[in-house]
Ligand binder design. Structure first.
Ligand code: LU0
Ligand code: CA
Ligand code: CA
Ligand code: ZN
Length: 420
């Protein structure tokens, strides 16, 4: 596919403090809707981190360019760093919302149906409410589903980022797979019997609904919580978690940013309530959840913590722990063809669920960045015709995680040391 001709909006304005000062007075706080920009001359994680630290969200990484979602003000800041920034107009075919994607109310119906048809192994609960008051739901899948048994627990979270709709389809796929093949596929039957599986299928329903509600996709990322004293709406849920929150230039303190970290850790109700849910799984002083995947799009990556530092081994992550993440991530990636890497190989992030689940709760966990591999496969909005293929693509990879959930350290042969 050919690139649409980039329009260099910043062209005649040389980068520099004077120009930036004239164009974007610090006091300006008027609606400045995020748009897509292509930034060239970017090839290392350090350069991507520098760009992300302006508050832009990096959506796509190729050899020497990135695509970012950013306000015009942030785009000028990137320009000011010396990178070439061009406005990027997505192909028009991507504009219309595709009703093959599951809405919040369709999700509720699908969950009701799965639970009604599989009452022995599937249950749902409301673990909280979104900012706008939507019920936040969890699906539990296990044998004797009404009983909290002593079985390794596994967590799947979906759609922290509003526009990443394929991740909701992944949740629907997983609940239908695990219930639909129960009793016929012996591997799935054994995993459902031997694990307690939690699926949080849409942790940011306000954002997802907002993204789908217009006559065109809105490229919305954050939640829909207003910010005091600002006309900009929303917190980036995946920068709002309470582990090294805002530590390292991997998020923004500006409400206008796509990666706004919120006013405090867990200031977003959607994050606070997932965190409360996870903390509620500590029984007898022991976190029951051993392993987790947080689903995002896109880039076809499997990422593991930490994201706040480039270091593999650091305070809170020893060599065995790092190696366990790397080995399990790599093993899963062999099944789905994604690229496995430490999160910060992409760019530095702070306040992510990935870092919190490990750093605070000691849950071995991964971020999946699903299909497509690049913008040219449809970016955040591939046609719904890919849903079946791209969710089923992760079947084996997810089963591998469920398999190792009894003791993730088994993958490096250290089950005696860590799970004895
Ligand atoms: O939150 C993000 O920026 C993620 C990547 C991190 C989990 C490292 N990328 S996304 O926003 O494009 N899904
Ligand atoms: Ca059970
Ligand atoms: Ca249990
Ligand atoms: Zn995301």
């Amino acid at each position: 596919m050919r690139s649409p001709t980039p329009r260099r909006i910043l062209a005649p304005l040389a980068a520099g403090a004077l120009v930036l000062g004239l164009l974007s007075p610090a006091s300006a706080d008027t609606a400045d809707d995020p748009a897509l920009y292509e930034v060239s001359g970017v090839s290392t994680a350090q350069e991507r981190t520098e760009i992300a630290s302006t508050g832009a969200a990096i959506d796509d990484v190729s050899a020497d360019t990135v695509l970012v979602t950013a306000t015009a003000e942030t785009a000028r800041a990137i320009d000011g760093l010396g990178y070439e920034v061009t406005e990027f107009n997505p192909p028009t075919t991507q504009f219309a919302p595709d009703d093959g994607y599951t809405t919040y109310s369709e999700l509720r119906d699908a969950v009701d149906q799965v639970v009604a048809q599989n009452p022995g192994i599937a249950a749902q609960s409301v673990y909280g409410y979104s900012y706008q008051g939507r019920e936040l739901i969890a699906i539990k899948i296990s044998d004797n589903v009404g009983t909290d048994e002593d079985e390794p627990e596994v967590l799947f979270t979906h759609s922290q980022h509003a526009r990443e709709h394929l991740t909701v389809e992944m949740a629907v796929y997983l609940m239908e797979l695990l219930t639909g093949e129960y009793g016929s596929d012996t591997r799935i039957t054994d995993l459902v019997d031997g694990r307690e599986i939690w699926i949080l299928p849409m942790v940011n329903p306000d954002g997802a609904e907002y993204d789908m509600a217009g006559s065109s996709w809105r490229y919305w990322r954050k939640n829909r919580q207003p910010n005091a004293g600002s006309s900009y709406v929303g917190t980036d849920l995946n920068r709002n978690w309470d582990y090294n929150w805002g530590c390292c230039g991997g998020s923004s303190g500006s409400t206008s940013s796509e990666t706004y970290r919120g006013s405090a850790p867990e200031s977003a109700p959607e994050v606070a309530q997932v965190a409360d849910f996870v903390r509620s799984r500590v029984v007898g002083g022991e976190q029951q959840i051993t392993s987790a995947i947080d689903f995002h799009t896109y880039s076809e990556l499997i990422l593991w913590p930490f994201g706040y530092t480039y270091s593999e081994v650091t305070n809170g992550m020893n060599r065995d722990e790092y190696d366990t993440h790397a080995a399990l991530g790599t093993y899963m990636a062999r099944a789905n063809g994604y690229t496995p890497q430490q999160s910060s190989d992409l760019y530095v992030t702070d306040g992510t669920i990935n870092d919190w689940l490990w750093g605070d709760q000691r849950i071995v966990n991964f971020t999946y960045e699903m299909y497509p591999s690049s913008f040219w496969g449809g970016g955040f909005y591939p046609p719904s015709s890919v849903i079946d293929r791209e969710t089923a693509r992760n079947r084996e990879a997810v089963l591998r995680l469920l398999d190792y959930a009894d003791c993730p350290y088994r993958i490096i042969g250290e089950e005696d040391a860590y799970c004895g």
